[in-house]
Design a protein around this ligand. Sequence first.
Ligand code: ZN
Length: 170
Amino acid sequence: MLNDFVTGALGCERGRAIVPQTAKLLRGARRAGIPVVFCNDAHLKGIDHELALWGDHAIAGTEGAEVIPELELCAEDYVVPKRRYSGFFHTDLDLLLKELGVDTVIMTGLHAHMCVRHTSADAYQLGYKVIAATDAMDSFTEEDYKYGVKYLKEVYGAELATVDELLARF
Ligand code: ZN
């Protein structure tokens, strides 16, 4: 949930629509002592493979690559910069989660059928249980969203839950 995905280069209304529920989930997680990890695109301009497909977005060091202000990134949160769809690909996310003693990841963000999906794939393959916060993730279109969530459930055994359902368990 970076500026470029919500209001910038790749911004979309469906991305803006999930901001309140996402912020609510993060606030609840922080209150409950559940680690909040931002897996943020931080692309190298003129270098990263993916930019040829999507155009420049979330270039490291720019405002577009910053977490949207509504999510209130704070000192106890973790930030994992990434240059590919998956938050695990050539990052230290797995090391971080292992050292935090994490066995379950709650997935949020954009896009359900791309970065969320690829990150969930690696989480599943590394042995983490995956939960999809269904009203805190979305895609460019309803079709992409539905397809993305269905894939998470069917292929990675993801549990589907709303933000309010999750908060009731914290
Ligand atoms: Zn990207």
